[in-house]
Ligand binder design. Structure first.
Ligand code: KG4
Ligand code: ZN
Length: 333
């Protein structure tokens, strides 16, 4: 029997989940809206809001899961990668909770957890599988051999796919975080209206910084002829940018699947909520004979459910950390 309380505070969402014998019975996510005023996450504000949100989020998670503090057998927390000030709030809370209740402490890598979110619901992928992990800070193709035996076989050399979405949204004067808004507008636009060149990057790696600049120059050029270019073409621009990003991601994913001879394919991270990527993956699966795994929306963007399921796997192995653990692991993965 195990009841694990998990805390995720790596960026701007304060989340608390409970895993009861391998099942997620609560996944409370308190979003921080304050950053919308600044067009991006302000680290100092994020950590302050985590401090305000963490106790109510824990209380709500206990209520949702119908358990009390005394039922908790271990506390799992995100130990990076992430913003140091934000991580500190989560790790300090987790340490105090574990100390007060005299229960073990489990540290979880945020990127592992995005991938292990696939073990929350059925169907679960079979090892080995390939996971495209796409978030606001990372873009990685990962060969997943076992729960904690993972190898990065491709990654971005500069910006992440989520950043490409968010920075394009900023160019279009859409508020932060722009990814979901680009997705929304794209649903009414023509994905082939405008063409953006695919970056030519070796191996299984990605680059999005030049891509973002090419969109900037394209928009400036169009605005010279028509100052209302953005407002008149917003849906088509969003659909075309989204289509290009999705094609870049899927082309590398196809290359990775061929290279490793693997047909079990998953996506994870905030950008896996994107409807273009989800549909594109389904099409690629039909073409390539893949078995695909797409997380439920609540487990795509940052959430403590994924930390709880990763913590559960570590709990089974008795893989605990001491009170002296630092808030950020030296290795990113
Ligand atoms: O995994 P996540 O919540 O946080 C990080 O670990 O970074 O990912 C956040 C990223 C943001 O860049 C956000 O714009 C993007 O995921 N995102 C989306 C969508 N939903 C979230 N991008 C495109 N379409 C979406 N529907
Ligand atoms: Zn994340």
């Amino acid at each position: 029997m195990s009841v694990i309380l998990a805390i995720e505070s790596s960026c701007d969402d304060t989340s608390v989940a409970i895993c009861n014998n391998g099942k997620i019975t609560a996944n409370v996510i308190a979003n921080q809206t304050i950053h919308q005023n600044y067009g991006g996450v302000i680290p100092e504000l994020a950590s302050r809001v985590h401090q305000q949100n963490i106790v109510p989020a824990v209380q709500q998670a206990l209520i949702n899961a119908k358990v009390t503090k005394q039922d908790i057998n271990a506390v799992a927390f995100t130990r990076g990668p992430g913003l140091l000030g934000s991580l500190l709030v989560g790790v300090s809370f987790a340490k105090s909770f574990a100390l007060a209740l005299n229960i073990p402490l489990i540290s979880v890598n945020h990127m592992h957890a995005h991938i292990l979110a696939h073990f929350i619901d059925d169907p679960k992928p079979n090892f080995p599988f390939i996971c495209l992990t796409v978030s606001g800070g990372h873009t990685q193709i990962v060969l997943v051999k076992d729960y904690f035996d993972m190898e990065i076989i491709g990654e971005t050399l500069d910006d992440a796919a989520g950043e490409a979405f968010d920075k394009t949204a900023k160019l279009l004067a859409l508020p932060y975080p722009g990814g979901p808004l680009i997705d929304k507008h794209a649903q009414h636009g023509n994905p082939l209206a405008f063409k953006f060149a695919e970056p030519q990057i070796a191996d299984l790696n990605f680059s999005f910084s030049g891509f973002k600049t090419s969109i900037l120059y394209f928009i400036r050029k169009q605005e010279k002829d028509n100052p209302n270019f953005i407002t008149e073409n917003l849906d088509d621009i969003c659909a075309s940018v989204q289509h290009s990003i999705v094609q870049i991601l899927l082309n590398k994913l196809k290359k990775a699947a061929k290279q490793y001879g693997i047909k079990e394919i998953a996506i994870a991270g905030g950008v896996s909520a994107n409807s273009g990527l989800r549909n594109g993956l389904q099409q690629a699966a039909d073409e390539q004979g893949w078995k695909i795994y797409i997380p439920a929306f609540q487990y795509c963007t940052d959430n403590a459910g994924m930390i709880a399921i990763a913590g559960y796997q570590k709990y089974l192995k008795k893989d605990f950390v001491g009170q002296d653990v630092s808030p950020m692991a030296r290795m990113e993965f």
